[in-house]
Design a protein around this ligand. Structure first.
Ligand code: HEC
Length: 651
């Protein structure tokens, strides 16, 4: 509530000064308004500005106390005597901003006092600048300043400031407009109507430019703060944002009625006086409607301000289906593209040719739209797939060795009875079930979104044969399990990878930590510099091989390929270049070896940690030689990798 009032007062302050400087004065000048009319309006606007300033001051103080109490955990009453306020003011960003805003309040008060005495235009312009700074400084209190990524700040913060300025100019000037129109209606003489007309004209220019700015900056902000369709539909934050956009659209609709119907009626000198007066009355009513919608928008802004942005909560998908482009067969995709282009061309042609015969053009357009709708429905229907509330969840546990090591025993305890110890769907219970348990080592598993696997593990499958585990396992445990199942599938499938580079399926090796020469490192860190060759030794590595690897390493590194060698066997005194790794890491990496590999397995990873080629000590082509590795390095480095793989978090 404090926030809402504070925002409203700030907006109203900016709007009043905007109205004075950019709308009322020029309009009075043009329509030669009567002195009495001007003086009366001036008094009313002054009263509005003083009230707004007072409200801003009181709510600003209250806001400071609330923030100080939140930060210190002290009750509100104890904050002031406790000296916390002083600390907040001097040592936080909010405090710095608050002091600046307090200074601006003083400037604004001086401007208003000068204006009350002499109606000086100069004081109005200074006031406008101060009011603009006053509203712009709110951007620091919003999310604009909280964006951690520095490159975004350069776009996001200015967009936020422009958004606030435009919102303040439009919303805030509405109330003064309502006051002026009401006054003109009461006076009802032709001169007052002329003033109303000139004002409304200027206001509509202001409204138009503000709406344009709001749309553009609003898009930027929506993108930065929610980032995706699921975040927009699936979080409270996103839903409020959509509601705000809907309210905004209604305001634009009302404004466009003013623009297209009432304004021409007013400006047309041929219109009879009673009709013009009626137009003023309707304008004044519509402006009040717009203003009340504006209050709702501000209320939403106030609530949104204290919610975490859409990016930082898992979006609950509200629909029972979602759209998956990858499910659409290529021919249907092509059909849709052709249909879309044909539709756009026909529509443009219809509009261009049939400009005169309005109704026929509308008829043809609707027919085209229906035709296009039918074609796209048929073409895109395979893309509509079942969805679950958790479809767009990201894993809370990174796809890394510790999580997989935690998942392995959970699998043995809860899943192996049906799905089998190796995940092949052949557990001891499998024969008694009405449906065969799924083979969890099929490539098909990677076609599912991890959020959907999470749903099945939590609440079971539709058939009711597979039970849910939401009451037995915590969410983190369920994610550990899923990481284990995914890693095992990736490992089983990677066993089929040959000694040639394959770019088909992405089979990610989990991230893991290791120590080399006393320095801690992780696979993901090394991958940032280029592709990696992971060498896994099942037993104690032969000395000759280690010496060979040690010799090769500098040459490969110069070409951009890094070698990480890990000993999986129990013998601990593995010599360099083998790195030190924990038991968890050995459990996770063992999933990527087959017992038939012999003593050594080599995996060439692209920059996304996906296995792209594989050599084994017992394989027909043997282990990779230096020449092969060098020639593959550039090839593997050039494989494009998705920003987020099954490692989960995309931001
Ligand atoms: C009572 C037996 C049973 C248990 C226990 C069980 N499942 Fe299942 N699971 C099934 C059956 C049967 C299916 C396939 C039938 C269906 O689609 O309804 C299935 C399907 C699945 C699928 C979908 C695979 C796909 O590609 O469609 C996943 C994933 C899965 N199970 C994971 C697990 C995990 C993880 C656990 C352990 C937490 C587990 N299941 C425990 C019986 C079981």
């Amino acid at each position: 509530m404090t926030r809402l009032l504070h925002y409203a007062a700030t907006v109203s302050l900016e709007g009043t000064f905007v109205f004075w400087c950019l709308i009322a004065w020029p309009a009075f000048h043009r329509a030669q308004a009567a002195q009495a009319f001007q003086a009366q309006l001036h008094r009313r606007l002054l009263a509005l500005a003083w009230t707004s300033l007072l409200v801003a001051l009181v709510t600003g103080g209250a806001w400071l106390l609330v923030i100080a109490s939140n930060m210190s955990g002290m009750p509100l009453a104890a904050v002031l005597p406790g000296g916390v306020v002083g600390i907040v003011l001097t040592q936080t960003r909010f405090g710095e901003d608050w002091v600046l805003r307090a200074a601006l309040v003083v400037v604004l008060a001086i401007c208003l006092a000068v204006q009350a005495r002499s109606r000086k235009h100069a004081a109005g312009w200074v006031g406008l600048l101060a009011a603009a700074a006053f509203i712009a400084s709110l951007a620091w209190a919003g999310h604009g300043a909280a964006t951690e990524d520095v490159p975004f700040d350069a776009i996001h913060l200015p967009a936020d400031i422009l958004h606030l300025l435009a919102a303040g100019a439009w919303l805030g000037a509405l109330l003064p407009l309502v006051i002026l129109l009401a006054q003109a209606r009461r006076d009802s003489d032709p001169q007052a109507v002329a003033v109303a007309c000139a004002t409304t004209q200027r206001f509509s220019v202001l409204g138009l430019s503000s709406v344009g700015t709001l749309l553009l900056t609003g898009l930027v902000n929506t993108w930065f703060l929610s980032g995706s369709v699921p975040a927009l539909l699936g979080t409270l934050y996103g839903q409020l944002l959509l509601l705000k956009i809907a309210l905004f659209a209604t305001m634009i609709a009302v404004a466009s009625v003013n623009q297209r119907q009432l304004l021409p009626c007013l400006t047309d000198v041929a219109t009879a006086a009673p009709l013009r007066l009626r137009a003023v009355r309707q304008l004044s009513r519509n402006a009040s409607i717009e203003a009340s919608f504006g209050v709702f928008v501000l209320a939403i802004v106030g609530i949104i301000g204290i919610l975490p942005p859409g990016l930082h909560t898992e979006p609950r998908w509200p629909l029972p289906f979602r759209f998956d482009l990858s499910e659409i067969p290529a021919p249907a995709h092509a059909v849709f593209d052709v249909a879309a282009i044909a539709f756009a061309l026909c529509l443009a042609a219809t509009v261009l040719i049939a400009q005169r015969r309005h109704y026929r053009a509308i008829g043809v357009s609707i027919a085209l739209l229906v035709l296009f709708g039918i074609v796209s429905w048929i073409a895109l229907r395979p893309g509509i797939v079942r969805a679950y509330p958790t479809s767009f969840y990201a894993s809370s546990q990174p796809y890394a060795a510790p999580s997989i090591a935690r998942g392995a025993p959970l699998y043995a305890e809860h899943c192996a009875a049906c799905h089998g110890a190796e995940g092949r769907g052949d557990g001891p219970l499998a024969g008694e079930l009405p449906i065969r348990p799924a083979d969890l080592t099929e490539p098909h598993l990677f076609a599912h979104k991890i959020g959907e696997i999470y749903w099945w593990v939590s609440y079971g499958r539709d058939s009711g044969v597979m039970p849910g585990f939401a009451d037995k396992l915590t969410p983190d445990q369920r994610w550990d399990l899923i990481n284990f199942v995914l890693a095992r599938t990736a490992g089983v499938l990677a066993n089929h990878a040959g000694s040639q580079i394959s770019t088909t399926t992405a089979l990610p090796l989990p991230d893991f930590a290791f120590e080399r020469n006393g320095v801690q490192n992780t696979l993901s860190q090394v991958l940032k510099t280029g592709p990696v060759l992971v060498v896994l030794f099942a037993k104690r590595a032969p000395l000759a091989r280690l010496e060979q690897l040690a010799r090769l390493q500098p040459r490969l590194a110069a070409a951009g390929l890094h070698v990480v060698a890990v000993g999986l066997g129990p013998s601990t005194h593995n010599a360099p270049p083998i790195v030190e790794a924990s038991q968890d890491v050995r459990v996770a990496l063992a999933l990527f070896r087959s017992p038939t590999d012999g003593g050594e397995t080599e995996l060439m990873l692209d920059r996304g940690a996906n296995v792209r080629a594989r050599w084994t000590a017992s394989g027909a082509s043997g282990l990779a030689d230096a020449g092969t590795l060098l020639s593959y390095t550039a090839l593997v480095a050039s494989i494009p990798v998705a920003a987020a793989n099954h490692a989960g978090h995309a931001h």
